[in-house]
Design a protein around this ligand. Structure first.
Ligand SMILES: Cc1cc2nc3c(=O)[nH]c(=O)nc-3n(C[C@H](O)[C@H](O)[C@H](O)COP(=O)(O)OP(=O)(O)OC[C@H]3O[C@@H](n4cnc5c(N)ncnc54)[C@H](O)[C@@H]3O)c2cc1C
Length: 414
């Protein structure tokens, strides 16, 4: 049996961030993942500015090494396409120009098989992290002095004073112990495919979000990758999928072959992967993220941004916060649910305002006319374009966009 102070279940972004942050306090830990890396994860592969920020906060050297990673494409902005088909390029930095492009882009697109393996390699650099791959944790028993964890056979055993549960969207622990269940109103279904040869991709790695009428408040995306590849997919609320009885694979096929605007771009494109789906547990509802001797991080804690679908940044942020709380618990020798709840407070203090605003924006996005109106106005209005430039990263900007008065002012100033 392996004995440790902290065991982290899952070596994705949330688990890796937790393990790497624990090394900042010289706390050894055990990380267990059922997969063997490099492994794929169904995702849009979009790394927002939060990813680099989070890694820099753990250790600037990790951030610097991510910037050196070859298998990624720099992204300087987003192209929004409204249901009316009006398109708008919004740079991540309002002062974006050729000069700015000499620096580090705010975002990246990087296949998860490479990004997550980068994080695993970062963990392998640390003597204090004991990583077990190809080992599933299926049983969790709370004992007087810690959690006893094991695989289904009971042969692989770990005893930990504290566990950080970072095993993603399908976490059994989240349901069985955390009491958090999938609710279609707070959950998205997503599918992803890799294509080669899609035409009209941005030279500056702008990611494309197409808010097609049939998908609102979800969207169709095209994210440019290195070597002429693109990550193409759809994300849509599970309640909408159920209500409209949608088949997402058919929908994707229909868009790339029949959509009057998009089909030209896929005429000579080749599908170079399967079309695969996975769930997105949204942070559009506040949940209890901890209890006696455990914390839920990343998708296991339902922390995906309900408007943008971004979850990697929040997984890294929450993993880091879980490690900070683990440090506090070990110091105080207090693993009670009440002491652990400081983790919930911190997660919702940092991510809560943004999650709340994104929930409002997701609701606004259901209104086709509002989307079309905003896009047309922004095409004519430099100030609004600049405001939207920071939308994905600046909380104050999102705050403005979530206020009805903002749209009234836009109407009056047209
Ligand atoms: C279709 C789609 C598109 C998306 N697009 C984007 C995007 O472009 N940008 C973005 O930021 N986010 C995106 N997301 C969200 C993003 O993928 C997640 O938020 C992110 O992966 C969460 O990281 P995590 O570490 O919490 O979980 P995961 O990345 O899922 O990692 C969990 C790890 O736990 C392991 N594990 C699972 N069960 C066990 C077990 N029993 N025992 C041991 N190990 C276990 C798994 O093998 C895995 O390695 C998308 C999601 C989907 C589904």
């Amino acid at each position: 049996m392996i004995a440790t102070d902290v065991c982290i279940i899952g070596a994705g972004p949330a688990g890796a961030a937790a393990a790497l942050q624990l090394q900042q306090f010289d706390i050894p830990c055990v990380v267990v993942d059922k997969a063997v890396f490099p492994r794929d994860k169904i995702c849009g592969d979009g790394l927002s500015g939060k990813v680099l920020t989070a890694l820099n906060r753990i250790d600037k050297e990790i951030g610097a090494r991510l910037c050196q990673l070859a298998e990624k494409e720099g992204s300087w902005g987003v192209t929004f396409t409204a249901p009316s088909r009006d398109s708008l390029d919004i740079a991540y930095q309002p002062d974006y120009n050729n000069q700015a492009k000499a620096g580090v882009p705010a975002g990246f697109v990087c296949k998860r098989i490479h990004f997550d393996n980068f994080l695993v390699n970062e963990m392998k650099r640390c003597a204090g992290i004991q990583l077990f791959q190809g080992q599933s944790i299926d049983k969790y028993t709370l004992q007087r002095d810690g959690y006893l964890l094991s695989d289904a056979s009971g042969k692989f055993l770990v005893k930990a004073k504290l566990i950080i549960v970072a095993n993603g969207a399908h976490s059994a622990f989240t349901k069985e112990t955390g009491g958090i269940y999938m609710e279609p109103k707070h959950y998205c279904a997503g599918i992803r495919a890799y294509y080669k040869g899609v035409t009209g991709l941005s030279a500056d790695g702008f990611i494309e979000l197409h808010f097609l009428r049939s998908l609102l408040p979800g969207y169709f995306w095209i994210f440019p990758l290195p070597n002429g590849e693109a990550n193409v997919g759809i994300s849509i609320l599970s309640s909408v999928v159920r209500k409209r009885k949608l088949n997402l694979k058919k929908l994707l096929q229909d868009i790339v072959t029949n959509d009057p605007v998009l089909k030209q771009r896929f005429t000579n494109a080749q599908l170079v992967s399967g079309v695969e789906g996975y769930g997105l547990p949204l942070g559009s509802k506040k949940r209890s993220l901890s209890g006696e001797r455990y914390m839920l991080a990343g998708d296991a804690g339902y922390l995906i941004d309900p408007f943008t679908g971004e979850g990697i940044g929040n997984a890294l942020y929450s993993g880091r916060m879980a490690a900070n709380q683990a440090f506090a618990c070990l110091l105080a020798k207090d693993f009670s649910a009440s002491h652990m709840s400081a983790y919930d407070d911190e997660v919702y203090r940092v991510l809560g305002p943004e999650l709340n605003l994104s929930t409002k924006l997701q609701k606004l996005a259901r209104r086709t006319w509002l989307f079309n109106f905003l896009m047309r106005t922004a095409m004519r209005n430099k100030q609004l374009r600049e405001l939207m430039s920071c939308m994905f990263y600046e909380i104050d900007v999102r705050k403005k966009l979530a206020q009805p008065s903002f749209y009234v002012k836009m109407l009056l100033n047209r």
